[in-house]
Design a protein around this ligand. Structure first.
Ligand code: FAD
Length: 320
């Protein structure tokens, strides 16, 4: 079985999920190809090869600098036609999800998104994924003749650290590289905005922080832990913070090692987006807040006392 791993890059650097995808293929056996597309893909390809990426197909072109649905789908479709992989694996990140739906439609395959486990049973790839906030778990196999397209939830598998591989420079049809939409520049939305899906530590704020003017207090705590800043929908809807920070049913699904919720009640729509986190710590002044039902550690108290105290402690620990 040929397996394609699609490794995405941002600002010329590989996203860490690439190495998790490689790790996930190890239990499947088969012949591994990793595809990397970038303005200059060679260095990235060598890094992937040295960490077990198998045959690493490197495609370099100025139009591959930024993620672009159209161009990325064209390039990958050409490589899929050339190598005929049975399984095409990518990250269940913002761009990965956008790419794979389109890719599956164009290549006539089947698709499973946000998968949390991959296994081989009776010679078939079985993708496991949770539904309804984890209340239902389904195992998906494909009967389609086309490739099986799967996006894997970040932070489930560890990163592949080493292995063998070789770099193969691929060139593709020039027509596929000419997009109808040209992306000239990408700007980070705001300072401190990071990719929640890939963060190891997330500190999230809810309506309990009372107002936008108090968010720097929570940001300080996040900074002291090197964490990404998350948010409940209540404070996104209130306009205190951008939607890109929202965790939950209509926001992002996250899976960090540590999730610290400040002034968040724990509504089911928030929980479905973060309940699989490694360790959950909640700060809430209401001892009966539902968030405490899933928290590993609960601090009952006023966020305006607890958060600065934690920040001070973490900063002191890190500087000692
Ligand atoms: C279709 C749908 C989709 C939704 N999607 C999402 C989603 O993706 N993500 C999401 O988060 N929500 C989502 N919601 C909204 C969700 O139902 C809740 O309304 C929301 O999560 C509540 O946000 P919150 O916990 O910040 O606010 P609240 O529920 O108002 O909770 C505030 C908490 O802060 C505590 N508090 C107050 N003062 C302090 C203090 N000084 N110190 C410490 N604690 C304090 C309170 O005790 C309370 O528990 C969705 C709702 C619907 C209907």
């Amino acid at each position: 079985m040929k397996i394609f791993v699609v490794s995405l890059q941002k600002d010329g650097k590989l996203i860490s999920t690439s190495f998790e995808l490689i790790e996930a293929t190890k239990s499947l056996g088969g012949e591994l190809y990793t595809v990397v597309m970038a303005e200059q893909a060679d260095t990235l390809a060598f890094e992937l090869a040295s960490r077990g990426g198998g045959k690493v197909l490197a495609v370099s072109h100025p139009n591959l600098r930024y993620y672009n649905d159209e161009v990325y789908v064209n390039v990958l479709s050409e490589l899929i036609a050339k190598f005929s992989p049975a399984l095409v694996l990518g990250p269940a990140t913002f761009y990965g999800k956008a790419l794979f739906g389109r890719l599956a439609a164009k290549n006539g395959g089947s698709m499973a998104s946000d998968v949390t486990n991959l296994a081989l049973e009776d010679g078939k790839v079985v993708a496991t994924r949770p539904h309804y906030g984890g209340s239902v778990v389904s195992k998906i196999v494909t009967n389609s003749d086309g490739p099986f397209f799967v996006t894997l939830r970040p932070k489930i598998y560890p990163e592949s650290k080493d292995g063998i591989g070789e770099v193969v420079v691929e060139s593709v049809e020039a027509t596929g590289l000419e997009p109808k939409t040209v992306i000239k520049e990408m700007k980070v939305e705001s300072a401190g905005s990071v990719n929640l899906a890939e963060a190891d530590v997330i500190v999230s704020a809810g309506r309990g922080v009372k107002g936008q003017e108090h968010l720097p207090m929570v940001q300080d705590l996040a900074d002291s832990l090197g964490a990404a800043l998350g948010a409940s929908r209540a404070i996104v809807d209130a306009g205190w913070i951008a939607y890109s920070h929202q965790v939950g049913q209509t926001g992002k699904t996250v899976n960090p090692k540590l999730y610290l919720a400040v002034g968040i009640s724990g509504a089911i729509q928030h929980l479905v987006g973060m309940r699989s986190s490694g360790t959950i710590v909640a700060v809430n002044k209401d001892k009966d807040a539902p968030i405490f039902n899933i928290a590993n550690y609960g601090i009952v108290g006023d966020a305006f006392e607890i958060v600065p105290a934690l920040t001070k402690k973490f900063k002191a620990e890190l500087s000692s």
